[in-house]
Design a protein around this ligand. Sequence first.
Ligand code: C2E
Ligand code: MG
Ligand code: MG
Ligand code: MG
Length: 279
Amino acid sequence: QAINIEHSSLVYYSYELGDKLSRQIQLIDALKLSIQNNKLNLHYQPQLHLNSKKIIGAETLCRWTLENKSISPAEFIPLAEQSGLIIPLGNWILKTACLQAKNWLDQDINLVIAVNISPRQFSQPNFVNLVKDTLKQSQLPAKNLELEITEGVLMHQETDTISMLEQLKQLGVQLSIDDFGTGYSSLSYLKKFPVDKLKIDQSFILDSHQSKEDRDIVQTIVSLGKNLGLSLIAEGVENQQHQDFLMKMDCDEIQGYFFSRPLPAKQFTHFYNQHLGKV
Ligand code: C2E
Ligand code: MG
Ligand code: MG
Ligand code: MG
């Protein structure tokens, strides 16, 4: 009997694994087709400057609908990264976001557009030139583009990374560290990398109203950032309590469902103009 149980659990596990793998393979195939057929789109989440109450930026977030079901970027971005599809996809995202930001600029909507850059995209040998060419083609001023990178990217191949970041800074783009506080935060590396902004990870904000530890972490990150001359944005701001806490902390900017969900470009324009009327 024991042998039977072992045998059946073995079969069970490999079946599960097979299921997961085949979903991944199917998704990668479907993603490839969707990229080729231009079936993905972008949403933009407003970023609010707390003191001035102005919308000063937007984060670009990729959206994919397959057979009427929306698939989370938390699922498809890692698959794109593994399969290499992140290169064509990431190029398209960067180009589309820059063109959109330029379009807004032409309507007097002056925003810094933030684009997430995943590790494999960043480690392309021609990445700096790609950014340069994209800015040139879209005619977006470099200061209106922000690249979000994660701590993981920074810890990888240190010397190359520093020189690349310096070249990007020379172009004039803004650099921010996404999900700050969740990676290998070492205080010394922050000094070495020419970044402009820390994005405090949403996990610390989401529980901040009930967790003193999380509030302490936020306070520590804010004072660290200020001491290093960096600006600070908090993500995952879902309610008034979160916003009040961040104002008290003197955090510069916020982003989250409380102010606005990520929006399609058209709705973003509408939201921006409505908001402008209130400021
Ligand atoms: P991220 O860059 O940290 O993006 C923030 C995520 O938090 C987004 O999820 C956003 O929709 C969500 N969010 C915004 N406000 C709130 C809030 O108040 N509460 C909560 N609970 N969540 C909030 P999303 O769009 O599902 O993206 C997940 C992740 O997928 C992103 O995390 C990023 O790592 C990746 N991703 C999304 N779009 C792109 C892209 O265009 N390129 C790359 N390379 N990665 C992307
Ligand atoms: Mg991000
Ligand atoms: Mg983040
Ligand atoms: Mg995240």
